[in-house]
Design a protein around this ligand. Structure first.
Ligand code: F6P
Length: 360
């Protein structure tokens, strides 16, 4: 009988459980496959209790739940694991143990639900003979090969609601409200939520900004009688010629954690005489129930991943292109990350609306 493994790796995103549910239901109802869940990303292969059978009972009721019933890990790179040996911290490669765990389980396909890092590991494991299939997940929407990832729609709706709420208090107090949003090196959450929420300034990593230009926007609004302003700032935004603000340095295990640019922008504006406050939305953007769009996309991805497994398509990723679910080579998806193009329709539309990117 065909045996399928499923794991979720990297930061969680709303819709992971919807993918798991769709994959399990499709595997059982349509093909009669046996499905196993791997706990906490690739780590589950190293743990005696890391493998759990996934039947219809196991996925009942999980569609509206955020997080992942399997657990996840964003420091689980099997090719670079930090361990303490004889009191000294060393980095070791445990990928062979992972491959051994996978072959012991006799998997015909391993569905890897992850972002850039987790999918890159999947592609490397394929070079070692593991039959991987990728499912693109991230609130950042920064994976190549697909027009959108699940989790993004939920995150941007949360961000939009936050901007709506900040509007009312900003107006009441005649303040500048800066909201710092996630997205790492991609500005999709800030751009989409900023436009959807009617922000006055949107700062994104793809368009470096100038502090003085940002202040001029606030001044111009005040001159027109609008004594408050709303700014949607990506955590990865940076000033022209400057650097991103890093909250925690990266190493072999962790990517650098971004954070703090919102505070800097708010302080600068405040010093120029416009009372400002900052809200860092943080992990609220990743929590809670997925939107209908994310449930729909996640369900289609989950079912399509099993259909791909049934066809024996490995080292590929399910993707959304022109409204249809397709599959693309993992290598192609990982070659170029998705970023906002400064001349794309969304940016032009925002500029048409008088929204400033702080660059001119
Ligand atoms: O990639 C998803 C994401 O939420 C980013 O937007 C953010 O920079 C990062 O993960 C936060 O990671 P952590 O959960 O490790 O704080």
């Amino acid at each position: 009988m065909t045996r399928i493994g499923i794991l979720t790796g990297g930061g969680d995103a709303p819709g992971l459980n919807a993918v798991i549910r769709a994959a399990v239901k499709t595997a059982i109802h349509t093909y009669g496959f046996k499905v196993f869940g791997i706990r906490d990303g690739y780590d589950g292969f190293l743990d005696a209790n890391g493998i759990v059978p996934l039947d219809l009972d196991a996925v009942r009721g999980i569609l509206p739940r955020g997080g992942t019933i399997l657990g996840t890990a964003n420091r689980g790179n099997p090719f670079a694991r930090k361990v303490v040996r004889d009191g000294v911290e060393v980095t070791i490669d445990v990928s062979d143990e992972i491959v051994e765990g996978i072959s012991k389980l006799k998997l015909d396909a391993l569905l890897v639900l992850g972002g850039d890092g987790t999918l890159r590991i999947a592609h490397e494991l394929f070079q070692k003979g593991v039959p991987v299939i990728g499912v693109p997940k991230t609130i950042d929407n920064d994976i190549g090969g697909t027009e959108v990832t699940f989790g993004f729609d939920t995150a941007l709706n949360i961000a939009m609601e936050a901007i709506d709420r900040l509007h009312t208090t900003a107006e009441a107090h005649h303040r500048v409200m800066v909201v710092e949003l996630m997205g790492r090196d991609a500005g999709f959450i800030a751009l989409h939520a900023g436009v959807a929420g009617g922000a006055d300034v949107i700062l994104i990593p793809e368009i470096p900004f100038n502090y003085e230009v940002v202040v001029k926007v606030v001044q111009a609004r005040a001159d027109r009688g609008s004594l408050f302003s709303i700014m949607a700032v990506s955590e990865g935004a940076k000033p022209v010629g400057g650097r991103q603000v890093i909250a925690r340095k990266g190493d072999e295990m962790y990517v650098p954690r971004l954070g703090g640019i919102g505070q800097r922008v708010a302080e600068y504006i405040d010093e120029k005489g416009f009372e400002s406050r900052v809200t860092v939305l943080g992990h609220l953007q990743r929590g809670g129930t997925p939107t209908a769009f994310d449930r729909w996309l996640a369900t289609r991805f989950g079912a399509a991943a099993i259909r791909l497994a049934a066809r024996g398509g490995h080292d590929r990723m399910v993707a959304l292109r022109a409204g249809a679910i397709v599959d693309v080579p993992l290598e192609e998806a990982l070659a170029v990350p998705r970023r906002i193009q400064p001349d794309e329709d969304g940016v032009i539309t925002a500029r048409n609306m008088g929204i400033s990117f702080g660059d001119k």
